[in-house]
Design a protein around this ligand. Structure first.
Ligand SMILES: Nc1nc2c(ncn2[C@@H]2O[C@H](COP(=O)(O)OP(=O)(O)OP(=O)(O)O)[C@@H](O)[C@H]2O)c(=O)[nH]1
Ligand SMILES: [Mg+2]
Length: 219
C-alpha cells in the first residue's frame, strides 16, 4: 500500500452528509464537489472509501445496483482543504424496472447538469474492460451540457480493480486505455490503495482546492 506522503494527501475527517432521492433533498452546495460515475459494481463506493481512508463509510455490496440514492460525504485533508464526494447510483446492469431506471437517470442528469458546486466528474471503468459507448456517451454528455452557473467540469477517467490484473500488465494496460480514450486514465485499486495519491491530487486540482504552494502547514 502507498502511504500518504504529505498533509495535502491525508484525510483527517470523513463523514456522511446526506442522501437524496429527489432534487429537493440535495444538501446546500457549500463545498466544491466531485461525482463518481460508472456502471454498477465497477467499484465506486469502494474507491470513495479508500480515497477517504475510511473503510466502510460508503456502503458497498456484491449486489449490482446496491447504491440507489445520491449520497454526499465530506472529506477534510490535513491542510484543511474540504470537498464533497458524491456517490451516484451505477448506470447499466442495475436490476431494476425500465420505469425505475429512467427515473433514476433523470435524477442523475439533473444533478450533473444543474449542481452549481460540481467541479469534477470521475468516470470509472473496470481495468479489464475496454471503454464502450456508455463511457464515451457520458463524457460527451458531461462536456456538452455546460451550465452557465459554474465553470466547465473537469473529467477524470479511472480504471478500477487494478489488482485484478498481473503487476507487469498494469502499466501497458493503462497506457492502452489512455490511448483509446485520448486522455489520461488513472489506475486504482481499492483493495491495495494503489493509485490513491495521484487520483486524490488530480481531484483536488480539478476541484480548485489544489495543494497549497507553501509546505509551511507541515505538521
Ligand atoms: N479486487 C478488487 N475488488 C474490488 C475493488 N473495488 C471494488 N471491488 C469489489 O467490487 C464489488 C463492487 O464494489 P462497489 O464499490 O460496491 O461497486 P459500486 O460501483 O459502488 O456498485 P453500485 O453501488 O452497485 O453501483 C465489491 O464486491 C467490491 O469489494 C478493487 O479495487 N479490487
Ligand atoms: Mg456503490
Amino acid at each position: 500500500m502507498t502511504a500518504p506522503s504529505s498533509p495535502q494527501d491525508r484525510v483527517v475527517l470523513a463523514e456522511y452528509v446526506a442522501s437524496a432521492e429527489t432534487e429537493k433533498q440535495f444538501p446546500p452546495p457549500t463545498l466544491a464537489e466531485i461525482a463518481f460515475l460508472g456502471r454498477s459494481n465497477v467499484g465506486k463506493s469502494s474507491l470513495m472509501n479508500r480515497l477517504m481512508e475510511r473503510s466502510g463509510l460508503v456502503r458497498t455490496s456484491n449486489t449490482p445496483g446496491c447504491t440507489r440514492k445520491v449520497s454526499w460525504f465530506r472529506a477534510r485533508a490535513q491542510d484543511s482543504a474540504e470537498l464533497f464526494l458524491v456517490d451516484l447510483p451505477g448506470y447499466g446492469y442495475a436490476r431494476r424496472s425500465k420505469a425505475e431506471r429512467s427515473e433514476w437517470s433523470r435524477l442523475i442528469e439533473d444533478y450533473l447538469t444543474t449542481r452549481p458546486s460540481l467541479r469534477v466528474a470521475a468516470i470509472l471503468l473496470d481495468v479489464r474492460r475496454d471503454p464502450e459507448e456508455e463511457e464515451r456517451d457520458l463524457r460527451e454528455f458531461l462536456t456538452t451540457q455546460s451550465s452557465a452557473s459554474r465553470p466547465p467540469l473537469s473529467l477524470l477517467f479511472v480504471a478500477t480493480k487494478l489488482d485484478k490484473i498481473p503487476k507487469n500488465a498494469q502499466k501497458p494496460r493503462l497506457t492502452a486505455l489512455s490511448e483509446k480514450l485520448g486522455q489520461r486514465v488513472f489506475g486504482f485499486s481499492a483493495e491495495t490503495g494503489e493509485g490513491r495519491v495521484p487520483l486524490w491530487r488530480a481531484i483536488r486540482t480539478g476541484a480548485g482546492v489544489g495543494p497549497l504552494p507553501s509546505p509551511s502547514s507541515e505538521a
